[in-house]
Design a protein around this ligand. Sequence first.
Ligand SMILES: [Zn+2]
Ligand SMILES: [Zn+2]
Ligand SMILES: [Zn+2]
Length: 251
Amino acid sequence: MEVIILGSGVYSGIPKPLCNCENCSRARKFHSYRRTRFSIYIPKIRTLIDPSPDLHYHLEHINDKIEHVFITHAHFDHIGGLPELQIFKHIKLYGHGTTLEVAKDMQKRFVGESRWNWEYFPLEFDTWYDFGFKVYHFRVAHQPIEVAGGFVIQIRDKRIVITGDTGPEILDDSTTLEEIKGADLLVADMTHKHSIPKAHLGVDDAIKLAQIVNAKKTVFAHISHTNYTHEVLEDMVRPYIVARDFMHVHI
Ligand SMILES: [Zn+2]
Ligand SMILES: [Zn+2]
Ligand SMILES: [Zn+2]
């Protein structure tokens, strides 16, 4: 099975407009270093995780009929592309009730309601659901937003874990760690060089999480321009993988 990292970057993307740091300068020169905003696609179940503001560009790549949309939290880099989904008349959206309220409001304001049959499935934290594939939504610490979470998506015997944006508190969350241990794929936050409590993981804590989870494959994503360069990160995290835009991961 294939999982596509559509966007590997943080909210500002790389290059960040007006920034001349090493990562941003390189990305302007060499497009392979660009990072669009975080998003993932699982072709087998036509499932998008986080409609990023770069969704229009991502849709060109996947060119597929999306059926399911998961939203980790309502920060604009994870939900801002939702109106781009207007080309799909029937989709099912999943996330915490608080997150889905934002999605519903965006549908109402930017897309319309009468001709779009979009169904909303609010998920409680720490509960397994069966939609033909299994889903578990776990809470993460990610201030200042009130409600943010990650997902475990199980398709037959394959388990995919996506942390979304998370602070290092996930390392002490034994309930969540029990559910995500031994996954086939872990896609984890590695935004900065150093962790920011209740916000994002740094390199060391991302590696710690990968070691605890011990997934068959681990990919680090949601990478900021302020982080190390791609090659330095690769050396630091090996054997784990540093995401690039449009990376296809086989599990
Ligand atoms: Zn984010
Ligand atoms: Zn920069
Ligand atoms: Zn966020």
